[in-house]
Ligand binder design. Structure first.
Ligand SMILES: *Cc1c(COP(=O)(O)O)cnc(C)c1O
Length: 362
């Protein structure tokens, strides 16, 4: 059993992928080839965002969005401590400081009711993370952003395909950043990502940042990065996008089966708010006796993972913030109690039955 089985998906679309790769080899435009425009158009159509700019990774997507928002040395960026390192890391890379806000107990997303209290004159952006595939409380966060004139950048690396009140993740705030890392809900065969916005000026800025701050050839009004996506990866994503919505539905079926199978166990299954659709980037459960479960699952060759065992405030790289243990009790407790089960659209019922049996036997 695999934690994420990319092979089952590949079998479904292998011919189309082969064909699209061949087309790239034939036209030879490996950098900024025609597949990238096509992908960006389709991603805009899928999410509803006016502008999509595909780029080199989810990490670079966060960097591009924050650079376009003007985040720089000494600025503050509000985010959650319960996320993958990249969210805080890109804030630090720009010599800005992450300002962490604790999470909601049930969704593990940033607690929007605690954001306003940490806004200062230096706050340059709010970066909520739509963790495990479920959008954060975007309405409330956008309202705060509007009131203080601060852009909201959704870290949608795990939530592409998710929905909030009938709108797709990546189209919920000023800007959004997603990842096409192979194991994400929509993944390519290498690194890739994208940024999204409805704002023409931010879109132009992000386009420039993606390509060395270039506005036209060899004319550079700003500092940028080499943040382009490979044409080859765009071609692969076009193929994968054609079956993606059906995979979102399959993921929800898999999650629904887990919910049923585990409802009488002591594991706390994921909570998805009524107005949200999760894309279940992870199926993450919770228990105060995590080690016991992890060991037994391991003994039965069932792979698991912990997202995430150390909140960012306790990472050595952010120790300079002096927010040690006890600073964010909800996130810190979650980091000690959560673990994720195998999750992908093609996970067999039989495998889920086996997982549930092993869990029940603990
Ligand atoms: C995966 C992930 C990223 C980084 O994406 P990459 O494509 O791996 O660079 C950023 N934020 C979150 C929440 C992620 O899960």
């Amino acid at each position: 059993m695999q934690f994420v089985d990319l092979n089952a998906q590949q079998q479904r679309i292998r011919e189309d992928i082969d064909l699209r790769i061949k087309q790239v080899l034939d036209h030879g435009r490996y950098i900024m080839g025609p597949e990238i425009d096509e992908l960006e158009n389709q991603l805009s159509e899928y999410t509803g965002a006016k502008h999509t700019i595909a780029c080199s990774s989810g990490t670079d997507a966060l960097l591009i969005a924050m650079m376009a928002a003007g985040v720089g040395a000494g600025d503050e960026v509000i985010t959650t401590p319960f996320t993958f390192i990249a969210t805080g890391e890109m804030i630090g890379l720009l010599n800005a400081h992450p300002v962490f806000v604790d999470i909601e107990e049930d969704t593990y997303n940033i607690d929007a009711s605690k954001i306003e209290a940490v806004i200062t004159e230096k706050t340059k952006a709010i970066v909520p993370v739509s963790l495990y595939g479920q959008p954060a409380d975007m309405h409330k966060i956008n309202e705060i952003g509007r009131n203080y004139n601060i852009p909201v950048i959704e870290d949608a690396a795990q939530s592409f395909g998710g929905e909030y009140k009938g709108r797709k993740s990546c189209n919920l705030s000023s800007m959004a950043a997603t990842s096409f890392f192979p194991a994400k809900p929509l993944g390519c065969y290498g690194d890739g990502g994208a940024v999204f916005t409805d704002n023409d000026d931010l879109a132009a800025a992000m386009k420039e940042v993606r390509n060395h701050g270039q506005s036209e050839r060899y004319h550079h009004p700003r500092i940028g990065i080499n943040g382009r996506i490979d044409t080859m990866q765009a071609a692969i994503l076009l193929s994968k996008l054609s079956i993606f919505q059906s995979e979102v539905e399959l993921r929800n079926e898999v999650a629904g089966r887990y919910d049923d199978l585990l409802k009488d166990t002591e594991l706390k299954t994921p909570f998805v708010k009524e107005h949200n659709v999760s894309v279940y980037a992870q199926y993450t459960v919770r228990t105060s006796e995590r080690d016991k479960y992890l060991n037994t699952l391991k003994d039965n060759n069932i792979p698991t993972a912990i997202h995430y065992p150390v909140p960012l405030n306790l990472q050595p790289v952010f120790s300079y913030l002096n927010q040690g243990e006890g600073s964010f009790p909800v996130a810190e407790k979650a980091s000690q109690e959560v673990f994720s089960l195998p999750m992908h659209p093609y996970l067999a019922r039989e495998d889920q039955w086996k997982i549930a049996e092993v869990i029940k036997a603990v």
